[in-house]
Design a binder for this molecule. Structure first.
Ligand SMILES: *Cc1c(COP(=O)(O)O)cnc(C)c1O
Length: 361
C-alpha cells in the first residue's frame, strides 16, 4: 500500500489501514463470491451477515443489550436525524442545548415541528465552552445535546443529568471514541464519516421501548424509527458498502482492545497538541475557553494573524500534513485526531508546530 498521509481532515476523515484494506478487497471480491460487496443483493445471506454483525458489534462495544436497544444504519446523514428525532418524539416540547453550528441546525428543525426550548447556549462566547448547571424543562419529551462540537473543538466531558427526561445525543464526531454509560441515552445518532466509516450512512442506537411507547404512530413511513426497527434496518436498500466499512471499523475497535484502549490513545494524542498550545499561548491561541471542555477529537486554535494561519496550513501541506484548515465558518486551524489517526501523525504535527513557531515567530 502507498505511504499514508498525515490526515487531519474533519470529515470525511481518516480510517484505520486494516479497514481500508478490507474495503479494497471487498470492493472487488467479497467473501470469495467473485462479486463485489457493491454488486450483491442486500437480501443475500452474505450481506445479511454483514448487517447483523455491524449491529451486534456496535452493541457489544457499547455494552448494550439487543433486548433493549435497536441499531439502525440509515441514509440521509446526521442532518436527517435533526428532523427525524422531533418527527417521532416531539409531542409537546423538547429541550436543546446549543453548543455550535450542528446543534443550531438541529434546533432549527425541531422548531418547525413544535415547542423547542434552548435551555442553555454558549453562543454568547462564540461557542467556546460547554454550558454547565442546566435547568431542564419538566415534562419535556426529550433533551438533546451534541457531545462533540466538530467545528468549535469543545466536548462534553461529563454527561448531563436530565432526570427523567429522555437524553438524546448527536455523537457524530466522537462516537465510540471513549467509554461512556451509553445506557443513559434513549437515542444516539452519528454520521459515520467522522469517526466510524465513509459518508453515506448514519448509525442510530435507540431504546426500543421508547419507540414503542412514545413515537408518533402516524408518520411518513421512511421517517419512522419503528419502520426500520421492525425490519432490522433493511426496510429498504441500506447503504450496503458504507455499512460494510463501518462494520470493519467496529471489528478494528474490538481488536485494538475496545473503548478504554481507544480513549487512552486519544488522550495521549490530544495532549501532544494541547501541550504546545499551553506552552505558547500567545502564538498558538487555543480556541476553547475552559480546559475541561477541550475536545479529544477536534483541536482548534488560532495564530496571531490570518496570514500566519494561511502559511501554517500551506507549509504543513508541503510537509505531508493535510486537512488542518479550520471550518470555513470560523477560520483558524483545526486538527481532527479521530480514533484512526495514528500517534505518529500527531507527533509529526507537534514537531511541525514547534518548527513553524521557531521560523515564523
Ligand atoms: C458532521 C456533523 C453533522 C452533519 O452530518 P451529515 O452526516 O453531513 O448530515 C452533524 N452533527 C455533527 C456533530 C457533525 O460533526
Amino acid at each position: 500500500m502507498a505511504t499514508r498521509a498525515h490526515n487531519f481532515f474533519a470529515g470525511p476523515a481518516i480510517l484505520p489501514v486494516p479497514v481500508i484494506e478490507a474495503a479494497r478487497d471487498a470492493a472487488y471480491n467479497f467473501a470469495d463470491l467473485g462479486m463485489s460487496i457493491m454488486e450483491i443483493s442486500h437480501r443475500s445471506k452474505e450481506f445479511d451477515q454483514v448487517m447483523v454483525e455491524a449491529q451486534q458489534d456496535a452493541l457489544k462495544i457499547m455494552g448494550l443489550s439487543a433486548d433493549e436497544y435497536a441499531v439502525l444504519y440509515l441514509g440521509g446523514g446526521a442532518s436527517t436525524q435533526f428532523a427525524m428525532l422531533p418527527l417521532n418524539f416531539l409531542h409537546t416540547k423538547a429541550d436543546y442545548v446549543n453548543t455550535g453550528e450542528w446543534a443550531t441546525k438541529a434546533i432549527k428543525e425541531a422548531k418547525m415541528l413544535g415547542e423547542t426550548n434552548v435551555v442553555a447556549t454558549s453562543e454568547d462566547a462564540n461557542f467556546n465552552y460547554i454550558p454547565k448547571d442546566i435547568t431542564w424543562t419538566p415534562g419535556s419529551d426529550y433533551a438533546h445535546i451534541t457531545t462533540n462540537n466538530t467545528i468549535y473543538g469543545t466536548q462534553w466531558n461529563t454527561m448531563p443529568d436530565t432526570g427523567d427526561i429522555p437524553l438524546v445525543a448527536d455523537m457524530s464526531s466522537d462516537m465510540l471514541s471513549r467509554p461512556l454509560d451509553f445506557s443513559k441515552f434513549n437515542l444516539i445518532y452519528a454520521g459515520a464519516q467522522k469517526n466510524l466509516g465513509p459518508s453515506g450512512v448514519t448509525l442510530i442506537i435507540v431504546k426500543k421501548a421508547w419507540v414503542e411507547e412514545k413515537a408518533k404512530k402516524e408518520n411518513l413511513t421512511m421517517f419512522k424509527y419503528a419502520t426500520h426497527i421492525k425490519k432490522d434496518s433493511m426496510f429498504n436498500t441500506p447503504p450496503s458498502f458504507p455499512v460494510y466499512v463501518v462494520g470493519q471499523t467496529l471489528k478494528w475497535i474490538m481488536n485494538e482492545g475496545g473503548l478504554e484502549v481507544i480513549e487512552e490513545r486519544n488522550i495521549r494524542k490530544a495532549k501532544l497538541i494541547y501541550d504546545i498550545i499551553d506552552a505558547y499561548p500567545e502564538y498558538y491561541k487555543g480556541a476553547v475557553a475552559n480546559k475541561e471542555d477541550r475536545s479529544l477529537m477536534n483541536i482548534t486554535w488560532n495564530l496571531p494573524t490570518e496570514e500566519l494561519e494561511a502559511k501554517f496550513v500551506a507549509d504543513a501541506k508541503a510537509k505531508g500534513l493535510y486537512g488542518l484548515k479550520g471550518h470555513r465558518s470560523v477560520g483558524g486551524i483545526r486538527a481532527s485526531t479521530y480514533n484512526a489517526c495514528p500517534v505518529e501523525s500527531v507527533e509529526a504535527l507537534a514537531a511541525f508546530m514547534e518548527e513553524f513557531k521557531k521560523n515564523n515567530a
